[in-house]
Design a protein around this ligand. Sequence first.
Ligand SMILES: [Mg+2]
Ligand SMILES: [Zn+2]
Length: 193
Amino acid sequence: MSLPEILILDRDGVLFRHVEPYILFAHDVTVSPGAEQTVRTALELGVAVAVVTNQSPIGRGLTSWEFVHEVNARIHAWAPEGIEHRLRCYVCPHLPDDKCDCRKPLPGLLLQGAHDAGVDIGSAWMVGDHDTDMTAARAAGCGLAMHMTTGRQAEPSKIADICIDDLHTLIRLLRDEGGIQSTKSANELRRRL
Ligand SMILES: [Mg+2]
Ligand SMILES: [Zn+2]
């Protein structure tokens, strides 16, 4: 494993605490422990961040784009100044019957995120709290599918590469791999000499 070029994060159940059935109102929004630090750590390590979220409540008329944008604005506020453009949020507002190509488990949002960041999706780590996220990661060709088991689905996903309990574990993994990356650049340097 090495540091990904992009970290793809599901929103609800990962960055914000899962609410049954949906996060619809301001009082539903609880930031997960470590969420801000996850985004900051990745960006500071030079890893692009894409947040990908299914928001069928928009299509169902249960919530508005305005509210979804408000929640996403909280994520954007976590990005360190000067590298905030490396963080992007992607939303599928459709219903399952709309047959769009962006609703997870389809890979549309993930592929768009990697494309916009100009990075190889093959190096991506995808973190989600449900099988649909892991299926999307597989379909997109992400290098690593990580199931966070403290969101919507506690049962460890059989299609995930690894399971984590919380975002602090993810932060640790990023930092460890960040260390490995410096070793790698040292090797690259040696090869050039
Ligand atoms: Mg989720
Ligand atoms: Zn869609």
